[in-house]
Design a binder for this molecule. Sequence first.
Ligand code: GLN
Length: 489
Amino acid sequence: MELYEFGVGQLAEAFEKGIASPSEALSSVLERIAGLEGEVRAFLLTDEEGARKAAAKADGLWLAARKGGTKPSALTGMPFVLKDNICTKGTRTSCGSRMLENFVPPYDATVAVKLAGSVLLGKSNMDEFAMGSSTENSAFGPTKNPWDTRAVPGGSSGGSAACVSAGFAPFALGSDTGGSIRQPASLCGVVGLKPTYGRVSRYGLVAFGSSLDQIGPFARSVEDAAMVFEAIAGHDPKDSTSSPRPVPDVRKACSKGVKGMRIGLPKEYFANGLDPEVRDLVMKAVLRLKDEGAEIVEVSLPSSMYGLAAYYLAATAEASSNLARFDGIRYGLRDLGAKDVVSAMKRTRSQGFGDEVKRRIMLGTYVLSAGYYEAYYNKALKVRRVLKDEFDEAFAKCDAIAGPTTPEVAFRFGERTEHPLSMYMSDIYTITANLIGIPAISVPCGLSKGLPVGLQLAARAFDEETLFAAAAEVERGSGFAGRIGGGAR
Ligand code: GLN
């Protein structure tokens, strides 16, 4: 087994015992990246020199620990990747957009600070400003799915998912506003977690939909994702939406099993539009949970069909407001040919934003405008409230809700770009967790036509423990832990 195939837990153990050093692990992933990145194109930026320095420093820390010094935290020296909407001091953060093509943040995001002892390999590709489900909206070209390069990796955190899937890094961070961690995780056959709203600091995350955005990990096993979650979660005074609740020991939860756990299956999730093979694989995984002692109960979420509409009202409204700061004056791109301030703004925004971002800004401005606010934006808020009530009712009958992460496996490039609505449908199962702030995880449960299928689990707010316990059981049943995209490649 090569070092690039090691997961987070395996590498931490190897570093601790002196079986391998962070610099050796780094060399292995860099070689892997050199061999495959030309094809996969998961990165927008790589920083080999910075990574080598960080690894050398970590080598010293692990060595000192073996000589009786203090033991560094588990992720010390671990190679990783950040989505390119997470600010890194002194390192370009582009959000996949021409608007920020040359933007170098003057500060680090809190998650970057928390992972300061790990080895940052680079910044990953994404749909522009995290708007999309395939990375095809990146201004710098799409990322390919490591399982089949004719297929999309999902999005918007497609670069992060592809990095972990291809063996470029044992873990990566992404952001999830409506499914952008879980959907690409599902399509690339890796684990992806959207934590509870407020669980992970968003300080330094470029805002898209502020009432929905969360940062979370990608990894090749549930336990690896648990280790990363524990490292990045927790209260941050710099983010007023961050929660002071203590972070649970989710790594321990991974070995808890599901005996006595009640798993809810929403009948609405298994209806029209779901690929039959995806449905079968998800159902098989659920039945294995039953064999392990879980109780399967049917629940109903009748308003989930309105989730997509509510999301595209709320998310675009917030985006139109958040993206107003890119005005050609304060950040990023500036059109120098303009004669006055208004035309400078117009020209900068016309050039700097791609089509999907413009579509969202227009939609969001429209739904917030006088006369339409009540009809659209306010309605969306009411739907969010109804959804919350329905989930509360469901969680009175069960501890976790299971279903598919996406209706289909990875689709081909170009298949959905002409029809925004068909692209939006990719997130039909994921968006409700953002609308009501609960945690949800995607875990691989098998292959359909050679492409990975993800099972999604959702739990009550701040109950990541249940999520990890159930997800780890799904993983034990599927035997998918540690798989690299495409297997034999
Ligand atoms: N695909 C969804 C969208 O385009 C979700 C994006 C996200 O979670 N950042 O808005």
